[in-house]
Design a protein around this ligand. Sequence first.
Ligand code: NAI
Length: 385
Amino acid sequence: MQKLKWGMIGGGEGSQIGPAHRLGAGLDGLFEFTAGALDHRAEEGRAYAQRLGIPADRSYGDWREMLEGEKGRDDRIDLVTVATPNATHFEITKAYLENGFHVLCEKPMTMTVEEGEEIVKLAQQTGKICAVNYGYSGYSLVRHMKAMVARGDLGKVRLVKCEFAHGHHADAADAENPRARWRYDPAQAGVSAVFADCGIHALHMASFVIGQELKQLSADTVSLIAGRKLEDDAMVNMRFDGGAVGRLWTSAIAIGRQHGLTLEVYGEKGGLRWAQEQPNQLYWTPLGGRVQTIERGEANLSPEADRTTRVTIGHAEGMPLAFANIYADLAEAIRAEQEHRAINPAANLFPRATDGLRSMAAVFALAQSGASDGKWVDARPPLFR
Ligand code: NAI
């Protein structure tokens, strides 16, 4: 079977997220890295793309040139990943969807709720896939948690607790460093800092696993380092549409925490605990029973988990393989469309534009609630009220 053709915008040399996308897209031999506009500096981007093996005529200087170059080709790319800085996501995603490309956009998908609604509608109108890279939802044991909830192992979910709390912006003496400062400046970052950057991953994962959407939230947002206009710590209480209660802590000043993404789900019949930094173990406690360790790679966990594990049990799988699972889902979705058949349900789990929109509505709800002493506010986008 011919490989699908994949292109990337952003993710240039030295970028944080580019290598994880390349590893993820390349892992299963489903995609060939065919085109790229990898850097905001045209010549550096072209040169790096060629060093990565992309032909010269498809190593582009910027995303508009790539769009012009690709849209007229018979062998144009099947999927484009947008891995540029946040403020460019909307414009690039919109342009590629309008020209009939499938898109995987980095989070946040847009900077406003209105833009998010536009992308959701555009994806519906064009029939093209618009996925959003909540890549942690690709972890095999996260998929298994979702499967356990869906098949009723926990009974009704009562409570979900999640965190994305790190300590990488905790140094007050370094607060003016340009690499950190822009994140707390509303002119560049929008209405929220750490929640928009990190908290939305935890929220997406909670919602993904319990199969419920966020309805309302109440937030305590603070800037614990002087001079910051946007929050570097937030505690968020949540209500989901299926009746579950949620607690979310996100922080950038939690010294000693590295990544700090965790998820706990408590139902009538048992509880689950998982942490991104030890992603190969899931802790399950049935009501009245002992803690059990579920290992990634155990046979016959669930179709969703079995499909998304590759390395033998006891050998760690990490974040680029979680991204690879998102790419494998997308390859299956694209093939299903090409072959006019239904998608494998175990692959139909990749995060979509609707998730990107819901996140953006939550970001604005957090800002509104935080500014009014934690008032409970509707966190749904107007499109879904
Ligand atoms: P970065 O600053 O490390 O790299 C950005 C890259 O994009 C650079 O190579 C730069 O030259 C390139 N670039 C900038 N403007 C461009 C343009 N107009 N056209 C083409 N290339 C352009 O940024 P990082 O950390 O890699 O983040 C990129 C995006 O990925 C952000 O939106 C961020 O939120 C997201 N991200 C997502 C993560 C996830 O877990 N899903 C984790 C980390 C980042």
